[in-house]
Write a protein that binds this ligand. Sequence first.
Ligand SMILES: NC(=O)c1ccc[n+]([C@@H]2O[C@H](COP(=O)([O-])OP(=O)(O)OC[C@H]3O[C@@H](n4cnc5c(N)ncnc54)[C@H](OP(=O)(O)O)[C@@H]3O)[C@@H](O)[C@H]2O)c1
Length: 279
Amino acid sequence: MALDLKLDGKVAIITGGCMGLGGEAAKQLAEQGAKLALVSIPDDALEAKAKDLRETFGAEVLAIGADLTDPDTPNRIAANVIKEFGRIDILINSAGASQGGIFWDIPDEVWDESFALKFMGTIRMMRAVLPSMRKNGYGRIVTVVGDTGKQPRARLLPGAAANAALLVVIKGLSDEVAIDGIAINAVNPGPTRTERIATLFANLSESTGRTLEDIESDFTDDAPMKTMGDPEDVARMIVLLASDVTYNMTGTSITTDGGRSHALPPPPPDLLRPTYEIG
Ligand SMILES: NC(=O)c1ccc[n+]([C@@H]2O[C@H](COP(=O)([O-])OP(=O)(O)OC[C@H]3O[C@@H](n4cnc5c(N)ncnc54)[C@H](OP(=O)(O)O)[C@@H]3O)[C@@H](O)[C@H]2O)c1
């Protein structure tokens, strides 16, 4: 029997829905019959993406050009979507762009920007959609976080810190709203071939003087599978968590990083080398 995701007619907002992981999730949701509101920096690419989804899948698509670092934007987006589609069933948070680098070279602005977009943008979007979801007794929120939230990388600390903070909020908030029929989860990709990662690798190559091939190896060598992720695969996890197939999951995350993250945190050194006698 084919897997029925029951997404036909559901109303989904996708931040960063123009390209990368959000763009791929938008495509798969449109294919499943969902009505979409794509949020991205206003430009021709956003309109082109909306047009493509309308023509390819016959989907109802609202293109909302907006900067998510503006604190007033999320409430306007939610109001706009409710006016157009009558309700909000799903929120996918995929807008995010944190810069990396060597810790002592990273200025305050980079830390501020990482938190302004990825952390506060997500917090404000969740706050904006929750009243509608609570009223309807239904909601699915999926945030694209990143494996660095659990296992940081030295050269990606601003994004890793925002990711770790988001995982904490996702768990705590999911406890609060489970009673209202709302599930909140995350997908934690490892390095995945999107436009963002290409720019990141190019910046790291420039700042360290290493080749692009060496930088890619730096990111994949510590994973047992030694693979880069594919946006289509990551989007499938996003769509699964946005569906009712995962109705019994909340406050948790799916990690797609070729096995890099530890299943459990490693034990503290004292437990590995006991310094006392037992019994
Ligand atoms: N790719 C990876 O390897 C990877 C790994 C772990 C986690 N992640 C996370 O996954 C998320 C998506 O990453 P991605 O690789 O798909 O990135 P991407 O290809 O750069 O796409 C990011 C999207 O966010 C939008 N965006 C950026 N700044 C915005 C703003 N201020 N307001 C509204 N929209 C904005 C972009 O719009 P424009 O096109 O208009 O700029 C774009 O549509 C990010 O949060 C990232 O941290 C990615």
